[in-house]
Design a protein around this ligand. Structure first.
Ligand SMILES: [Fe+2]
Ligand SMILES: [Fe+2]
Length: 276
């Protein structure tokens, strides 16, 4: 099977984003946007920690560890820094540092190397699921947002995430040529990670964004429910379900016609989900 092309590292830098040209009126009143961008900035900046875990997990595979250390980690942290700078420009009253410190303390306790898949090829499949999640999330956010500077930033980030997916998939193909996991093991890994994709990190991030915004108050569980209700209704309009399914099924070691057979009913289901 031919390998996907090797994507070059990201070519944009924080200094390229025109923060002084933000049209604040197109973003500031949108509390969903604030909560989503602030949460995403927390999670992305923490990639530095997953990177150390991943590098340790892939010790000996120098091509993987070099890419993780030299490109992937810096790009993920840059996503976080760029989103943070945007949040601080549009919502300057938000105490980002305070929220992040509390998030970091709680999150560090759950993010350890034991949570990774013990078999390397399967961990690379799991990374493909995570990058599918981020690539489709930023694409949906890009389509939702009206503010031009943020649209440009989200466009840069979504391209990086798609490139990360391609990298992890390439490394997976190499690893699985040796480990030889079958369709069942790969699908099981994909399924497990899909269930996890809007899991603990999103919740912990949201909670600490809320707490930093409402100092001294207790976090009401209803706020998380309210936020998820908004996510679900916006996803029907903006989430690229077809793109997500295609990316998820790609690493499954099955012949292309069989993959298409799996994809057809899933696409139909996704269309119902987005119309519902
Ligand atoms: Fe990212
Ligand atoms: Fe990524």
């Amino acid at each position: 099977m031919p390998l996907p092309p090797d994507y070059p590292p990201s070519h944009w830098r924080l200094a390229d984003i025109a923060y002084d040209q933000i049209d604040v009126t197109l973003a500031r009143d949108d509390s969903f946007l604030f909560e989503t961008l602030a949460s995403a900035s927390f999670v992305e900046i923490m990639s530095e920690m997953y990177s150390a875990n991943l590098v340790e997990h892939f010790e000996g595979r120098n091509d993987v560890t070099a890419w993780l250390r030299d490109s992937w980690q810096h790009e993920e942290v840059q996503h976080g820094e760029a989103l943070r700078a945007y949040v601080q420009k549009v919502w300057p009253e938000f105490d980002w540092e305070r929220g992040f410190a509390a998030f970091r303390a709680e999150y560090s306790a759950v993010c350890t190397v034991e949570l990774l898949e013990p078999r390397r090829a399967l961990e690379l499949v799991a990374r493909c699921v995570i990058e599918t999640g981020t690539a489709t999330f930023y694409r949906a956010m890009h389509d939702y947002v009206r503010e031009p500077v943020l649209r440009q930033l989200l466009s840069n980030i979504k391209s990086d995430e798609a490139a990360h997916y391609a990298h992890f998939r390439r490394h997976y193909e190499v690893a699985n040529a040796v480990e030889r996991h079958g369709a069942f093991a790969v699908l099981r890994t994909i399924w497990r990670r899909v269930l996890d994709v809007r899991g603990e990190d999103a919740y912990i991030a949201f909670k600490h964004v809320w707490l930093a915004r409402h100092p001294g108050q207790e976090f009401p569980a209803a706020e998380w429910k309210r936020y998820n209700g908004t996510v679900r209704s916006l996803a029907r309009h903006y989430y690229p379900f077809g793109m997500a399914l295609t990316m998820l099924v790609k690493p499954v070691p099955l012949a292309e016609p069989l993959k298409r057979m799996i994809l057809a009913p899933l696409r139909l289901l996704a269309r119902f989900a987005s119309a519902g």
